[in-house]
Structures are given as C-alpha cells and as structure tokens.
Design a protein around this ligand. Structure first.
Ligand code: NAP
Length: 269
C-alpha cells in the first residue's frame, strides 16, 4: 500500500503506541486522523503531525457505529484503519470489576470489529485499503491477572485471520501487530498491578522472554509492514515459536480452503 497521500485513521492516537504510529505514518507521507477520548493530548498529536483529531469514546457502541461515516464525510475515504486503542485488565478473573470486563471487550475487540465492518465495503469498492490491528503477545496464551485482556486480543487474532481468508483475491491487506511489553503507560500499569501479575512478570523477565521495545521502534516496524502488506509484526523475535504454534491452525484452515470462492461482500444490502 502506497502510504504517501493515504488517509490513515489511528485509534488510540492520544499517547503511547498510537501517538508514535501517527508520527510514523505522517513521516511516510500519510494524512493522519487520530481518535481517542483525551481531547488536549489528541489535538497536540494531530497538530504535531499536521493531521486531524476526532474525539470519541470507543466504549460507546453508538459512537463506534457512526465513526467511519463521520470521518469519511468530513475528511474523505479512509485508506488505512489502524485499530490500536486498547485498555488493560490487571486483576484475576475472580476479582476483576465486571464493568472493566465489558469496557475492555468493547474497546479492544468490539470496536475494531465494528469499525472494520463499517470501513471495509468502501475499501473493497475503491479496491484499495489496509487493516492494521494492535493485538498483543497476551493474545497467544492466558496470562494470570489478565484474563479478559488476553481474551480480547486472542479474539482479535482470529478476526484478522478470518479477514485474511475473506480478502484473499482482493488488494486489501491485514497486518496483525503482536508485541510483548512496550514502554508506555499501559506496561507501567501492568507492572504496578496485583502481586500475582508482578510475580508473573518477574518470572518471564528472569527467563529473558519479555524484553521491552520502545513504541517508536514498534511503530516504525508497523508502518513498514503496512507499506509492504506484511501479515504480522511480532515482538520479541525469541518467542517466534510461540507465535507460529498459534498460527498453525489458521494456516491449516487457509490451506483447506484453497480454491474455495469466498465473496467478501456476500449478502451486502
Ligand atoms: P496507552 O498508552 O494506555 O494508550 C492507549 C490508547 O487507547 C490511548 O490513546 C487511549 O486514549 C486509547 N483509549 C483507551 N480507551 C479508549 C476509549 N474508550 N475510547 C477511545 N480511545 C481509548 O497504551 P499503549 O501501550 O499505547 O497501547 C496501545 C495498544 O497496544 C493497545 O491495544 C494495547 O493493548 C496494545 N499493546 C500494548 C502493550 C504494552 O506493553 N504497552 C503490549 C502489547 C499490546 P484516551 O485515554 O485518550 O481515550
């Protein structure tokens, strides 16, 4: 996908990975629209990258439903949708607040799926587009204290894998981003969480399995992958086997469906 002049919508663009993604896409020549709740931070990022800020709460189903139409009406077609906004959950399943479970599910999983549903027909009509999802290493397995978060990220992985099959034969590409720890507010919040989460993190660190990556470096890799139409951005590389073991059933499904005609616009009114 040619990023120079492309319109890129980055959710969760007010800070952390999303703000770095906004800068990296803008540096590649894209016109960036950033979405999040914190208006001041969001406007500062938009001003820095010569882009547009759109304040929205992605936990609100009605807002999510109308977001693509509102942005496309005001600014033109979205060429790249980067579903990056997310929130952590850091308590065991027996103690996590039910409201937090619902909000994490809405922001991390429901919003990316509905935004994709809304943006995809236009992309298919224009024969141009890319879909980027910020998943996580936490989507490859269950980690104690992070059950709902892990579940949303695993859901995102299978959603992206479905899209890859449905969009085979079209120019629309998907990129699934699955990092371990990234040096942002979210990782600080995970590390400051319950003693069980801290003990888990200490064990993984001792095993040298979770080196941190900077959000700037990760964003650079994501933008390069979007430009090249690459399916995955994974970190750390030392956990490649983990990622591939998770990927195996998806590849087997793709292989089993080779030659089957799939129409991504079946039953569109
Ligand atoms: P972060 O610094 O906490 O940023 C999260 C972003 O999501 C913020 O821009 C936040 O903006 C936005 N957001 C949260 N709730 C929202 C809502 N209801 N509506 C709209 N926007 C909302 O965390 P980060 O590390 O950059 O995380 C970005 C993505 O990377 C997430 O999907 C996360 O799961 C994933 N990830 C992070 C790590 C890590 O270690 N940091 C590792 C793997 C994957 P507002 O608060 O302004 O709304």
């Amino acid at each position: 996908m040619e990023l120079d002049g492309a319109r890129v919508l980055v959710t969760g663009g007010s800070r952390g990975i999303g703000a770095c993604l906004a800068r990296a896409y803008a540096a590649a020549g894209a016109q960036v629209v950033v979405v999040a709740r914190s208006g001041d931070d969001l406007r500062a990022v938009a001003a820095e990258v010569g882009g547009v800020a759109h304040v929205a709460d992605l936990a609100d189903a009605e807002v999510v439903d109308g977001l693509i139409a509102a942005i496309e009406e005001a600014h033109g077609p979205v060429d790249v949708l980067v579903s990056n906004a997310g929130i952590e959950t850091v308590d065991p399943v027996a103690t996590v607040a039910p409201d937090q479970v619902r909000t994490a599910t809405r922001v991390n999983l429901e919003a990316p799926m509905v935004l994709t549903r809304r943006v995809l027909p236009g992309m298919l009509g224009r024969n141009r587009g890319a879909l980027v999802f910020t998943s996580s290493l936490a989507g490859t397995a269950g980690f104690p204290g992070m059950g709902p978060y892990c579940a949303t990220k695993a859901g995102l992985n299978n959603f992206a894998s479905t899209l890859r099959i449905e969009l085979k034969g079209t120019p629309i590409r998907t990129t699934l981003v699955a990092p371990g720890p990234v040096d942002t507010r979210m990782w600080d919040a995970v590390e400051a969480a319950s003693p069980s989460v801290q003990r888990t993190s200490t064990r993984f660190k001792r095993l040298l399995l979770i080196p941190k990556i900077s959000p700037e470096r990760l964003a650079g890799r994501v933008v390069a992958a979007t430009a090249a139409g690459r399916r995955h951005v994974r970190h750390p590389r030392r956990l490649t086997l983990n990622f591939w073991l998770g990927e195996a059933p998806r590849r087997i499904t793709e292989l089993a469906l080779a030659g089957v005609r799939i129409d991504p616009l079946d039953r569109l009114d």
